[in-house]
Each structure stands twice: as C-alpha cells, then as structure tokens.
Ligand binder design. Structure first.
Ligand SMILES: [Zn+2]
Ligand SMILES: [Zn+2]
Length: 198
C-alpha cells in the first residue's frame, strides 16, 4: 500500500502487540506471509496490498481512513513535507532535550547506517535523543528507542553489535536473495540525501 508513513505502520505493530497477536497469526488471518507483515511494520508499507492492509486494520480495530486523514492533515500543516514526519514536525530542538543513550531499532530508519562485514549486513545506529515530554521515541521515525541491548540487557556501546552477547542491535528485514553490498551502498546514499534535506 502506498502513502503510509512509518508512523502508521508502527501503530499497527503497537496495536497487534497490545492484542497479544504474533505476526504469523496476523499474517495467516490476512492471507499473507509473516515476512510481509514484519516488513510492513518496519515501515515498508508497500510490502502489503491495499486489501491486506485493510483487512489487517479491520482485525486490529484500527480506523485506517481516519489515520490516513489525520496524517494527510498533518502533512498539509507542514507544507507538504513528507519525509521524516516526526523530525519535520519540529518536535525536538536540541537545546531543550537531554541526550538519551538510546538507539532506534527500526532498520528502515535513517538513523541506522547499513554496512557489510564478511557478507553480513549490519547497521550502525546513531545515538538518539528522546523527545521532550518523557517520550522515548525515535525523533526520526517514531519507533520506540532501545536503551539497552534488547537481547541481554547490557548497556549500549557505540558499535553495531552488543559487546556482551554479540547480537546485532538492529535486525535487517531484507528479502532473501538481495545483494547486501548493493543495498547498503544505495541505502547510505539515500540517508545522505535525507540528511541534506534537513
Ligand atoms: Zn527511527
Ligand atoms: Zn547483548
């Protein structure tokens, strides 16, 4: 489905979790693959058809039309700025927030820069500020920030992987068979371009 922001996709994930449904169960009910639901929730809205998204909204009790309308109105209020909605809304100005030592776990988020080591795709997450008002959401994509290693709970280090358990901080949700080198290169160029727009 086109025109869905990562924020709306994240809302689907939030409500699914709140209802205690896993991705496979939801995928089965909607009639798509679990991987498609996973990628959709990570912000790749086009991985699901309009029909599948509609069904999913219905199952989760989400009013998709209202969400799209609210998004549309917010976008208009921002003068058509469609990229990085939360950042564009000016929620955060660096002067009035504390540095929270978190990172964004969404691999589609421009705060995570992909690179390849020994054929393995890794993301180096930026340290992000939490939004003011006690929020712990990514200022760039709206995802909940992780403040510790999600696998073992160890404090975060500056790299791509946990120094204690070795697990990668950001999990890629790539389709199998994708050329990771080419993907990482293209994505880095994209992130640079996004940054130049800010
Ligand atoms: Zn993010
Ligand atoms: Zn760990």
């Amino acid at each position: 489905m086109q025109n869905l922001t990562a924020e709306i996709c994240a809302k689907f994930k939030e409500v699914r979790k709140a209802k205690g449904l896993n991705q496979s169960a939801l995928a089965q009910a909607v009639g798509c693959k679990q991987s498609a639901v996973s990628m959709f929730e990570a912000g790749m809205a086009t991985k699901l058809s309009d029909e599948a998204v509609g069904k999913m909204a219905e199952l989760l009790g989400l009013d998709l039309a209202a969400m799209l309308k609210a998004d549309e109105e917010r976008r208009k209020a921002q003068g058509g700025m469609n990229v990085l909605p939360v950042m564009a809304a000016g929620v955060v100005s660096p002067g009035d927030v504390q540095i929270a030592r978190g990172y964004c776990p969404n691999c589609q988020c421009p705060s995570n820069v992909p690179y390849v080591v020994d054929g393995r795709l890794l993301y180096r997450p930026s340290r992000l500020m939490a939004s003011p008002g006690g929020g712990t959401r990514c200022v760039q994509c709206g995802e909940m920030l992780e403040m510790r290693c999600p696998a073992c709970g160890a404090p975060l280090n500056e790299g791509a992987c946990c120094g204690v358990c070795g697990s990668a901080y950001v999990t890629p949700t790539l389709i199998e068979g994708v050329d990771v080198m080419a993907y990482a290169r293209a994505r880095r160029a994209e992130i640079l371009e996004l940054k130049s727009l800010m």
